[in-house]
Each structure stands twice: as C-alpha cells, then as structure tokens.
Design a protein around this ligand. Structure first.
Ligand SMILES: Nc1ncnc2c1ncn2[C@@H]1O[C@H](COP(=O)(O)OP(=O)(O)OP(=O)(O)O)[C@@H](O)[C@H]1O
Ligand SMILES: [Mg+2]
Length: 427
C-alpha cells in the first residue's frame, strides 16, 4: 500500500511544474507524513489523528500555493482530498464534517489574494462550489464505509473473544470430566474394597465380643485386649459405613415432603445421642411453607450431619443452635431455605475452602465425610449449600454469639422435573 502511495506521489513530481523545488519538497513531506502516520497515531493515541489531518491540510495549502500563479487556480487542488479522506477514516460523521469544513476553508482562503487582482465571476463561484461539494461528498462516502468497517471489526473482535472464552471453558470442562472419570473409577474401586472389608470386620467384632465374655473373670488382661479390639473394630466399621454412604451411587426417591418435619426428625436424632453440655435449640419456621421435592431419608442425613457438626462445635461449653426455615428463591427457582446457625467458634476463612473435601476433619474422632455427603445429596437434589456470614441480626433469631452458619436451599416439589443446570455452590 505504502509503495503505491509513493508511486503516485512520484508521478505528481514528474508533472509540471517540474522545476519548482518547493513543490518537490512538499511532495516529499507528504510522502514522509503518509509513511509516519501510523507511528504518529500510536505515539499520540488521543491527538495523533488530529495532528495528521492538520499537517496534511497545511501541506496541501503549501502545495497549491507553489503550483499555480494563483493558489485557487492550481490544478493540484485535489490534494485536499488527502486530509478530507484521512479525517473520514479516523473520525465519526461530525468530526469528518468539521475537518472537511476546515480543509475547504483553507482552500477558499486563496480566494482573497485572487480577488485583489481579478473579479469573482459567477462561473468561477460555481466551479469553486462544485470542488468544495465534491470534498464533502467524498468525505461522507468514505466515512460511511470506514464506520461500517469499524463496526464489523468490533463485531468480529467480540465474536473472537467469545469464541476464545468458550474454548477455554470447554477445555476446562473436558479436564474436569477426565478428572471426574478417574475419581469415579477410584471411588468404585474403594467402595468395593470397603464393602469387602465390612464382612470380616463383623466377624472380628463378634469374635472379640465372645472372647470378652468368655475370659471376663479368668483372664482380665485378655479381656481388656479383646475390649480394645472391639472398640477399634467399631470405629473402623463406622468409618467404612460412612465411606460407603459417600461413595455409593445414590438413587433419589423424591416426593413432596415437609422440610420442617425432616429437620425436626434430624434434631431429635442428634439430641437423643448427645451426652455433652446443654444445647438450646431455637426454631423459627415460616408458616404455610410449600413442600419440597426430596428424598426423605437422604435429606434427614443432610440435617443430621449439619446439626451434629453444630453440636460438636458447641461440645465444650454448650450453646444455642438456631434453625430457621423460610421460602426462598434462587436463580428464578422457588424453594425452601434452611439456616443452621450455632454459637460455636465458627469456621475460619481458610477452612471454608476445605471443609467440603472428603476426609477433611479437625476432630480427633472425625472421619471428615459428613459435609461431603451433605454436599453430594444436595447436589443430587439440584439444591445448594453455602456457608453464610450468619449472625443474630442476619437471621432474625434471638441474640447470642454466632458461630458457623450453613444455608441449605432445596427446590419446590413442582419444579423438581425442570432440567435446570446443576447448582451446588459453596461459599
Ligand atoms: N458448625 C461447625 N462449626 C465449626 N466447624 C465446623 C462446623 N461444621 C463443620 N465444621 C468443620 O468442618 C470439618 C468437616 O466437617 P465434616 O462434617 O465433613 O467432618 P467431621 O464432622 O469432622 O467428621 P464426620 O465425617 O464424622 O462428620 C469439621 O471437622 C470441622 O472442622
Ligand atoms: Mg460431621
């Protein structure tokens, strides 16, 4: 492109007046400016375009003043198309009009010296008007194409960005799918292993108990050792059962259920097994709550785990457990929200990232599968579980110290069949 420009300028240099040194110098200056225009604009992104147009108007004025006895009569007047077209490429319609007006005024300024010598005839005025109108015509036509071109470029840019983003997401999804496949295979393998371990464990446990009974009085040491075997086997078998709960593929048997009833059952189950300091339970259930589509047994497990964790967290000093149940909606889906808020030490920000990972526990006798099971069951119900920044003000329950707060959302019964994207978020 640049070469073509230069060729046309060289062509002009060989046309009369050939021996006019100023004309040749101005043509060289125009060529240099044309070559450096891109650089100028990158160096001065805000003003570079205006400078380029201004310089071209200035050079065009110089050229016509050195190529005719009277500048206004110079055959080189089309050189003004140069600033006009440049402005049309870089500016919007109003900017183009402004610069074309300025270029036309610069050209017309040569009328004054001419009028000192000649009279202005109507034919000359018409000729001048035709030249100027052609400047505007060219400017607007070029500007229209340039604007359209800019719009298309922007559209392609946006499309390219979207495509790149989709590609990245696809790659991430593929990587996730590969990892899930590997994990699923590992899960199946370990679930099989855990299942096989359970039967021998039962036999060891039974034998240890029989042994304890037989040698109870005659051999106290053997009885004590058999007691250890029994306790440890109990622990191992609880771990295996918990692991199987987590690893076993679950088949949901959903039906419309009352969430408060399930929560109450879970509360009773945990309280019945609790032997630590006193825990007060405050309930705040919204009246006339709609039913949610749930697998009753699995959801009871969810709340048993959450409530058990809350009890454990308040295990040293006792405290208050606050449960609130209310209608809520997430991403245009209506459902029921259960908040479980305790007055224990809470969960630090660093731990929040990890507590849903399998086998993460901070408890001496914990397995670290409770919240993984919870999250898996909630995922399968297309619900969500989040750790909230709960507090007395936040949940509207009576005052007291606030510890950890979990919010479980489950969708309503009539929406259970809607094939929504899977949502299970953890804060
Ligand atoms: N209400 C809570 N307050 C403070 N920390 C909590 C609370 N709930 C969970 N956590 C933290 O999250 C960890 C993981 O909980 P999770 O229920 O998965 O396992 P766990 O309770 O340790 O063992 P288990 O498998 O027997 O439930 C806990 O060890 C505890 O550190
Ligand atoms: Mg737990």
């Amino acid at each position: 492109m640049d070469l073509l420009w230069l060729l046309f300028l060289i062509g002009l240099a060989f046309l009369p007046p050939v021996r006019e040194a100023h004309k040749q110098i101005i043509l060289v200056a125009i060529g240099v400016l044309q070559l450096l225009e891109g650089w100028l604009i990158t160096q001065l992104p805000t003003r570079g375009r205006s400078y380029a147009v201004l310089l071209k108007i200035f050079l065009a004025m110089l050229l016509i003043s050195h190529t005719g006895e009277l500048g206004i009569n110079s055959s080189y007047y089309p050189i003004f198309y140069l600033p006009v077209v440049t402005a049309a490429i870089y500016f919007d319609a109003w900017g183009t009009l402004f610069w074309t007006l300025l270029a036309s005024a610069a050209y017309c300024s040569y009328l004054f010296p001419a009028m000192q010598v000649y009279d202005l005839e109507p034919g000359a005025i018409a000729e001048l008007a035709i030249r100027i109108l052609f400047f505007f015509l060219a400017a607007m036509v070029v500007n229209r194409f340039a604007t359209e071109n800019r719009r298309q470029t922007r559209r392609y840019q946006i499309l390219a960005e979207q495509l790149a983003k989709t590609n990245r997401e696809l790659e991430r999804a593929q990587a996730d799918a590969r990892r899930s496949e590997r994990l699923a295979a590992l899960g199946q393998l370990s679930a099989g292993l855990a299942h096989e371990i359970r039967n021998p464990l039962g036999i060891i446990k039974g034998s240890a108990e029989m042994l304890t009974q037989r040698v109870q009085s005659s051999e106290p040491l053997a009885a004590e050792l058999a007691g250890y075997i029994s306790t440890e086997v109990n622990r191992l078998s609880a771990l295996v059962t918990r692991f199987l709960d987590f690893a076993r593929p679950t088949r949901l048997e959903t039906r419309a259920c009352s969430v408060p009833e399930i929560v109450d059952r879970a509360l009773r189950a945990v309280a019945a097994n609790w032997s630590g300091p006193e825990i007060h339970v405050q309930r705040r259930y919204e009246t006339r709550l709609p039913d949610a589509a749930l697998d009753e047994n699995l959801c009871e497990q969810v709340f048993v785990n959450l409530v058990q964790n809350a009890y454990d967290a308040m295990g040293e000093t006792g405290g208050t457990l606050r449960i609130s149940i209310a209608a809520a909606s997430r991403r245009d889906r209506r459902g029921v929200e259960v908040r479980v808020l305790d007055s224990g030490p809470g969960i630090s920000l660093e731990l929040r990232e990890q507590i849903f990972n399998p086998f993460f526990t901070t408890k001496k006798t914990g397995v670290g599968l409770g919240l993984s099971i919870v999250s898996k069951i909630i995922d399968e119900h297309r619900g969500s579980i989040e750790i909230c920044d709960g507090g007395p003000a936040g949940d509207g329950l009576a005052g007291g110290k606030s510890g950890a707060c979990f919010v479980v959302f489950v969708p309503l019964a009539e929406q259970a069949v809607i094939p929504e994207p899977h949502v299970a978020s953890r804060a």
